[in-house]
Design a protein. Structure first.
Length: 74
């Protein structure tokens, strides 16, 4: 499969720079970026997905998660 033209680049998202919650882990923080990345492991076919990066409340290392796992924080 060919690499998408926007691979590893930021894509727009309506919650960018807003408070969000990762429903998979329960982490709350600020959505810092959404990137298109190859999520396949070694020796597997390419699998491209939009990955969201959340900076936890209070700072720290950004948590990657699937875009489908984020929602606006309440």
């Amino acid at each position: 499969m060919a690499t998408p033209h926007d691979a590893n680049t930021e894509v727009p998202h309506p919650l960018l720079r807003r408070p969000v919650r990762d429903i998979a882990s329960g982490t709350t923080g600020t959505l810092m970026a959404v990137l298109v990345e190859n999520t396949a492991g070694p020796n597997f076919p390419e699998r491209w997905a939009e990955i969201a990066y959340i900076r936890p409340d209070g700072g720290g290392v950004e948590l990657p998660t699937a875009v489908a796992n984020i929602e606006a924080a309440r």
